[in-house]
Design a protein around this ligand. Structure first.
Ligand code: NAD
Length: 499
């Protein structure tokens, strides 16, 4: 067990600047209007730095820098870009612990996650796209005796990227790595709740990129996000966030006829067929662990398995077991590597989750465990901690239909296979799903029948860089990860030449 010292403490691995500017053209640049906002750590509820509050003027400055850098960057070879992406990955790896602590302090998530999942996955994404871009080839084909076709992949140019607060560094990486590998220059807007860890990261890696290739403008959605997403000087907008914001992003993009990638909300079903229950092997235990994944990252995961569907015949025993399991989840100081559930990312999110705990009760759902605020006392008394909570109710309830984005799972039962699929698909969303069954045919049929872009079978929450990720229905448009991302950040050109 390790307890990392909090930033500000003499033994801390991380020192945040008291004030962060925008990162534009390789420089730290003060906001044109001179305004700043406070960045709060959810661990104690206290402000720890202030951050430049971006407006349309700052977005224009960042776009100037990106447009100045894009032509030369777009002409670098895939091999040159791969070297830089690998250097970024190496630099992150060398500073893994410090970056993990910075991410935990900014977001509130448990450091065991940032150390073992978020930051290692970010490293792997840079390495994956360093390799992917080298494997991509244009081509040459003979059309007839006098005509030859050359096929080129060209970068789009300057792209906009807007990310949420739940995985600040990993979401930035999912967007930056393929865009840079493909030769684009970027203007990135972090979420206003969690800019500091990304800015800390760029203090470490910024020098590895030519100035202007990545520009970061901080600030709020309406003030900095909209002028970026609606700007005629970007050739694509990639967005991760809420479905309601995604609708706006699509409207802005339609004005400029540019492509969008939208990674939006979810209300993922996790289905447990009755054959999971047999006490004579490790499988039963694995299924319970899969259920408890609702609390991973404090439930602030777009694919959070927030609806548990349990076959009626095992519901009593299964729920008893998972209640007991959930009560064993360690809560506490997010900087302690033993802690499994940390703090919710912001006070707004904390209040929103509490309101859903009330809504669930008002709707008549039964609270099987949790249902309130986690009082850690002492220095954490003003932090944003929620007890992992299991509701039992009906899929028509709001707690089953609306994204709570907290460590809250709504459990219900089904009778047979068809009933399970009907309930699973009775949602606006289609991002993730889990299926648990010892029977390969049942798992396969369920996996195919669920309307979601990612279905985990007998496991939950793996995110390899080479597996395409994205949503059906209101969960989004397009995919992230996988080689196909290069196509999302490139134009294809044919040159038809007669000799
Ligand atoms: P949000 O939509 O409120 O904000 C996301 C980002 O959009 C922020 O940077 C915000 O400043 C910006 N923004 C807000 N309004 C804007 C506007 N009008 N124009 C341009 N930008 C604007 O979402 P959030 O609350 O930060 O994030 C949580 C949501 O993200 C959840 O719904 C979650 O499911 C989703 N999410 C999805 C995925 C995925 O891959 N599908 C991954 C992580 C999170």
């Amino acid at each position: 067990m390790t307890v990392y010292a909090a930033p500000g403490h003499p033994d801390a691995l991380v020192t945040f600047a008291p004030r962060y500017e925008h990162y534009i053209g390789g420089e730290w640049v003060a906001p044109v209007r001179g305004q700043y906002f406070e960045n709060v750590t959810p661990i104690t509820g206290g402000a720890f730095c202030e951050v430049a509050r971006g407006t349309a003027e700052d977005i224009e400055a960042a776009l100037d820098a990106a447009h100045a850098a894009a032509p030369a960057w777009g002409l670098t070879s895939p091999a040159e870009r791969a070297v830089i992406l690998n250097k970024i990955a190496d630099r992150i790896e060398e500073n893994l612990e410090a970056i993990a602590v910075a991410e935990t302090w900014d977001n509130g998530k448990a450091v065991r996650e940032t150390l073992n999942a978020d930051i290692p996955l970010a490293i792997d994404h840079f390495r994956y796209f360093a390799g992917a871009i080298r494997a991509q080839e244009g081509g040459l084909s003979q059309i007839d005796a006098d005509l030859v076709a050359y096929h080129f992949h060209e970068p789009l140019g300057v792209v906009g990227q807007i990310i949420p607060w739940n995985f600040p560094i990993l979401m930035a990486t999912w967007k930056l790595a393929p865009a840079l590998a493909a030769g684009n220059a970027v203007v990135l807007k972090p979420a206003e709740q969690t800019p500091a860890s990304i800015l800390f990261l760029f203090e470490l890696i910024g020098d590895l990129l030519p100035p202007g290739v990545v520009n970061i403008v901080n600030g709020f959605g309406a003030e900095a996000g909209k002028p970026l997403a609606s700007n005629p000087r970007i050739r694509k907008i990639a967005f991760t966030g809420e479905t309601t914001t995604g609708r706006l992003i699509m409207q802005y993009a339609s004005e400029n006829i540019i492509p969008v990638t939208l990674e939006l909300g979810g209300k993922s079903p996790n289905i447990f067929f009755d054959d999971v229950m047999r006490a004579d092997d490790g499988y039963w235990d694995k299924a319970q662990e899969g259920f408890a994944m609702f609390a991973l990252n404090q439930g602030e995961v777009c694919t959070c398995p927030s609806r548990a569907l349990i076959q009626e015949s095992i519901a009593g025993d299964f729920l008893d077991a998972v209640v007991e399991r959930t009560e064993r989840i360690t809560r506490g100081n997010p900087l302690d590597t033993d802690t499994m559930v940390g703090a919710q990312a912001s006070n707004d999110q904390f209040e929103k989750i509490k309101s859903y705990l009330d809504i669930g009760r008002q709707e008549g759902a039964q609270v099987l465990t949790g249902g309130g605020v986690e009082d850690l006392g002492g220095e954490f008394a003003d932090g944003f901690y929620i007890q992992p909570t299991i509701f039992r109710g009906d899929n028509s309830m709001r707690i089953f239909q609306e994204e709570i984005f907290g460590p809250v799972v709504s459990a219900t039962t089904f009778t047979d296979f068809d009933d399970a699929i009907r309930i699973a698909n009775d949602t606006l969303y289609g991002l993730g799903a889990g299926v648990w069954s010892r029977d390969g045919a049942t798992a396969y049929r369920a996996g195919r029948a669920i309307e979601a872009g990612r279905v985990w079978v007998n496991n939950y929450h793996a995110y390899p860089a080479h597996a395409a990720f994205g949503g059906y229905k209101s969960s989004g448009i397009g995919r992230e990860n996988h080689l196909m991302m290069l196509d999302h950040y490139q134009q294809t050109k044919n040159l038809l030449v007669s000799y």
